[in-house]
Every structure is written in structure tokens, then in C-alpha cells.
Design a protein around this ligand. Structure first.
Ligand code: BDR
Ligand code: CA
Length: 309
């Protein structure tokens, strides 16, 4: 079976970097677009270029939005470090961006690649702008999968997850799109923790990408221990990649989802209607369960394999 063709919209970001490496092995990664998010657009774009170059991947990187639709830019450097890759340094990329028009690249690729799967693992600014430019975009996609939101709880506020909270208006556009949309939220990603065991496996493999992933993971595990007292770190964004390539490892249901834009305590909340009407014809599939052990294994295997090609 030929691999799924995938475009990733991202804001690397420690877990985005691991997601890119994972995707390059489990999918045919046709392009990468970057967005302001975990850190500013200069850093996220540079990190996408640097990570792919280190892995020996010649995948075009297109720079995207430098700010959210309405919000002032906010970042997650508290989690991902000032440059977005924690305390890890990667050589400066020698390759430059393919363009500074991520939206045009998304629209063109949807036209030229059959059954394209778009995986958005940062704030949804680029995707909302693409939908605004061409509302028929969903008709040409094999599907859109996002890492974002939660049926229950949040990680930036009590009710909001970072990617949604960073640009709620963009998320609102995306959730109203009407094409198949899969939401991989904290409900799933908080069940998939990578820890010391995975660091050891990655380091022992000794490839440039596996050592990079081990360094990133060490940093993420330490942050997770400090901030949450957890014995491992959620690598959120890689879960969204695997939800596309290995859907059998995830469970969920179609549910109506609305975006809270105005609530004093709930701005950025993904309000999932769990009442489950019959038939439930929502276009959004909300994933809630996951075979965590298998997903962890696939992430580690992929990161090791991509560096051994
Ligand atoms: C999401 O927010 C970012 O900090 C991560 O890269 C991930 O995409 C998790 O809430
Ligand atoms: Ca991200």
C-alpha cells in the first residue's frame, strides 16, 4: 500500500520536531508549513528547516502566519524554551524556505495531490486563512487532522488547550469548515507519555535523528516532571500524525464541537457535545482513546528508522 501523502502545518516546538521525524517515516511528507505558536515564526521556521536537514530530508518548508487572526501573539517558550527546541542546539540550516506563502502552498498542494491529508499541529491560523481564501478546500482533501483542544480540561487554562487558545478565532473557522475533521486533543495525548525508557532506546540507536529526539525528550520529560510531576512527557503532535497513518490505534466518535470565543474563564475551550444524538452526523471526529503502548513504540521506531535511511 502506498504511504499516506501528508502536509504538516506546525510550530516546532519540541513535540512538533518529533512529529516531523515520525511523519517522514510513516507517511509521504510532501511539505511543511510553519506558523507562529510555541515561539515566533522566525524560530518555528528555522527549526523546521534545521530538523529536516539534520534528518537528510529534502522536504519544502513554507513560512506562514507571524501572528494570530485576532489575539496578540502568545507563546509557549516557558515549555519549549526560548528557541522552541528546549536546551537543544541544532546546526544552522543551509537550506532556505521554499516560499513565505504557506497558504498558497496549502491550496496548491490540495489541488495537485490526490487524497492529501493535512495535519495541523500548531495554532490554526494558516489553515483558517487557507479556508478563507478558498472555502472549497475541504472538498479536495482526504481529511484534516488537528492536535488541539480537549473534550475535558485544558493545559493553558482550566478549559483551553494551547493550539486553540493561541488563536481561537482561527480554530472557530476550522471547526466550522464542514469537511471531515479529526480532533486529537489532550484527552488522547495525555495518555501517551514517553519517558526514560524511550530516551534510552533512542540514544542507543545512535543516529543523528534518534540522538536529537533523545535530547528533546530528555528536556520535555524534565519540564513535565517539574510542572506536572509526571514521569514522562506527552509528545502531543506525533499522536496526530499516527492518528492518520494508524487509525486502528485510536478510538473516538463523531461529536458536534463548538468554539468558545467570549467566555471570561472559557475562551479557547472546545465545547464537545457528548449527548450523542442519533444519528450523530457531525463532521468532527473527537478521539478519546488510544493504544498508548503501540503509539509510543511507533514514534520511537519511526524516529530511529528515519535517520537510518
Ligand atoms: C500543543 O501545544 C504546543 O505547545 C505543542 O507543540 C502541541 O502542539 C499541546 O497543547
Ligand atoms: Ca505544536
Amino acid at each position: 500500500m502506498s504511504p499516506v501523502r501528508m502536509l504538516i502545518d506546525c510550530d516546532p516546538g519540541v513535540d512538533d520536531a518529533i512529529a516531523l521525524l515520525t511523519a517522514a517515516h510513516v507517511a509521504d511528507l510532501v511539505g511543511i508549513t510553519t506558523v507562529n505558536g510555541n515561539v515566533g515564526i522566525d524560530h518555528t521556521t528555522r527549526n523546521a528547516l534545521a530538523v529536516t536537514e539534520l534528518a537528510g530530508l529534502d522536504i519544502p518548508v513554507h513560512r506562514g502566519a507571524s501572528r494570530p487572526l485576532v489575539n496578540d501573539p502568545i507563546d509557549a517558550s516557558r515549555i519549549h524554551g526560548a528557541t522552541g527546541l528546549g536546551s537543544v542546539t541544532i546546526p544552522e540550516p543551509t537550506r532556505g524556505i521554499a516560499s513565505d506563502d504557506a497558504v498558497a502552498f496549502i491550496l496548491d498542494t490540495a489541488r495537485s495531490v490526490d487524497d492529501l491529508r493535512v495535519v495541523a499541529i500548531g495554532p490554526l491560523t494558516n489553515i483558517a486563512l487557507a479556508l478563507d481564501a478558498d472555502p472549497s478546500l475541504p472538498d479536495r482533501l482526504g481529511g484534516l487532522t488537528i492536535m488541539g483542544g480537549a473534550a475535558v480540561g485544558g493545559n493553558v487554562t482550566a478549559t483551553a488547550e494551547f493550539n486553540i487558545w493561541a488563536d481561537p478565532e482561527a480554530a472557530d473557522v476550522v471547526f466550522r469548515l464542514g469537511g471531515p475533521l479529526t480532533m486529537v486533543g489532550l484527552d488522547v495525548t495525555h495518555q501517551v507519555l514517553l519517558g526514560a525508557r524511550e530516551c534510552r532506546r533512542l540514544r542507543a540507536a545512535g543516529t543523528p535523528t534518534s540522538v536529537l529526539a533523545a535530547d528533546l525528550l530528555d528536556y520535555a520529560v524534565e519540564r513535565s516532571r517539574e510542572m506536572k510531576g509526571w514521569d514522562g512527557a506527552p509528545i502531543h503532535d506525533a499522536c496526530a500524525v499516527l492518528a492518520v497513518t494508524h487509525p486502528e490505534l485510536f478510538g473516538g466518535a463523531r461529536r458536534p464541537v463548538a468554539l468558545e470565543l467570549t467566555g471570561t474563564h472559557t475562551r479557547g475551550m472546545t465545547v464537545v457535545d457528548e449527548r450523542g444524538g442519533e444519528p450523530d452526523d457531525s463532521h468532527v471526529t473527537v478521539l478519546r482513546s488510544v493504544d498508548s503502548r503501540s503509539v509510543v513504540r511507533h514514534i520511537v521506531d519511526a524516529v530511529i528508522a528515519v535517520g537510518s535511511n
